[in-house]
Design a binder for this molecule. Structure first.
Ligand code: HEM
Length: 405
């Protein structure tokens, strides 16, 4: 075979990217291909060492200001023409350093510690809701947790949560012809951030939005556009990622009764289990685009300045050069670190929160319903065509292992 088993970012790839990732890692680790939106030339890195290097290498930028002409002309800039254009993930130093420092100053240890009690309560309530249904969808459970928690943390009921999820699906779609809708979706997300800030200026509370509005570093503070961009990124980064980490982990456990039993019986394995879920199928498939800032040789290929390169996080995390038996889920693994929460300058700002939510939600679900099983064959589970996050459409379960079906 001289081409990958599925077309990158095509329907079959989204359903299961791992055969393609495995093929690329062995046959074409820095693979040149054409991205379906805009049909532009691009590279994708799949080996751990290359992905790790790419995410931490100052010769690359996430800012579209460095992107190739083809990339820019294809309208590929994330959130172009909206406040999302300026989100932290796309800033270079020194702007990135400044905005990140101001944002980090609001993620204080006290604040993070205070999130634990509401997380436990929200998970309990979500489990009670689940128990009331005949054939509940784990996606509802998985989605309710970050939505309610982010609502509480940001100090606003996220009653437009479903709209937001839908907007994100539209924003990160890879179907050609969706560019206008994608731009509108980014604007809707930014507008939501603007609403939050307006509300918090009117009546500040002990929440993250109010803290961000007031955050200062010496005489420095976030200006209005930076605040909108920060809210937009927190809304985008905090919901679907966590929802899918919870869901893919639950699916992995339903498919592997031995691992599930182990997690039920051994609470001491919770934290290694969460790291393994992040490695094995951590929700985020690929990172934001990186652009070569100069002509260079990287991982055995020559890249022209402006070349867009994708760091395939999910591929790197299954690299057998780094983990023995990398395609096997093993919640007892204590091996080397994964890149499920990124690496380098842009590593995940919400990592502590992501770990907290997953650590509370996943073990609680499998313990509460020890006989739960899938209500559909796992081969029929479908994923959305979203390039950043691996997003399951539906995950119906039978809570009490009803064998009549
Ligand atoms: C399971 C859940 C999560 C996963 C798997 C995840 C993963 C990631 C990854 C891989 C990156 C790096 C992206 C890149 O370099 O292109 C990242 C960045 C980021 N994440 Fe998360 N994330 C999660 C949850 C959260 C939460 C809950 C928040 C906020 C409350 C958050 C906020 C951010 C932000 C703001 C950045 C950008 C940081 C920067 O550019 O400096 N994430 N995340």
């Amino acid at each position: 075979m001289t081409t990958p088993p599925t077309t990158l970012f095509g329907y079959d790839y989204y359903q299961n990217p791992y055969p393609t990732f495995n093929w690329l890692r062995e046959n074409s680790p820095m693979h040149e291909f054409r991205f379906p939106v805009g049909d532009i030339p691009m590279w994708i890195a799949t080996r751990f060492d290359d992905v790790h290097q790419l995410m931490g290498d100052a010769r690359f930028s996430t800012s579209p200001a460095w992107a190739s002409k083809e990339f820019t002309e294809a309208g590929m800039k994330v959130g172009e023409g909206t406040a999302v254009e300026q989100i932290i993930t796309m800033l270079d130093p020194p702007d990135h350093t400044r905005v990140r420092r101001l944002a980090m100053s609001t993620f204080t240890p006290r604040r993070i510690a205070e999130w634990e009690e509401p997380t436990v309560r929200i998970v309990e309530e979500a489990l009670d809701d689940l128990a009331k249904q005949d054939e509940p969808d784990v996606m509802d459970f998985a989605g309710a947790i970050p939505a309610q928690l982010m609502g509480r943390i940001l100090g606003f009921p996220l009653d437009r949560y479903n709209e937001m999820l839908h907007a994100m699906e539209r924003a990160f779609h890879t179907d050609p012809g969706h560019e206008d809708d994608s731009r509108r979706a980014f604007e809707e997300i930014a507008e939501y951030g603007r609403d939050l800030i307006r509300e918090k200026r009117r009546s500040p509370g002990d929440d993250l939005t109010s803290a961000l509005v007031q955050a200062r570093d010496g005489g420095d503070r976030l200006d209005e556009d930076e605040l909108v961009a920060m809210l937009a990124v927190l809304i985008m980064a905090g919901l679907d990622t966590t929802r899918n980490l919870i869901a893919t982990s639950v699916l992995s456990l339903l498919e592997r009764p031995d691992q599930r039993e182990l997690l039920v019986e051994r609470p001491d394995l919770e934290s290694s289990a969460i790291e393994e879920f992040l490695r094995f199928n951590g929700g985020v498939a690929v990172a934001f685009f990186r652009f070569a800032k100069e002509d260079m040789d990287f991982a055995g290929v020559s890249l022209p300045a402006g070349a867009p390169v994708i760091a395939a996080i999910a591929a790197a995390n299954r690299d057998p050069r780094r983990w023995p038996d990398a395609d096997r889920l093993d919640i007892t693994r204590t091996g080397p670190r994964h890149v499920g929460l990124g690496h380098g300058l842009h590593n995940c700002l919400g990592a502590a929160l992501a770990r907290l939510e997953a650590t509370v939600a996943i073990p609680a679900l499998v313990r509460r319903f020890p006989h739960m099983r899938l209500a559909m064959p796992s081969t029929e589970i479908r994923y959305d065509e979203m390039w950043l996050v691996r997003s399951i459409q539906k995950l119906p379960v039978l809570l009490h292992g009803d064998t009549s079906r």
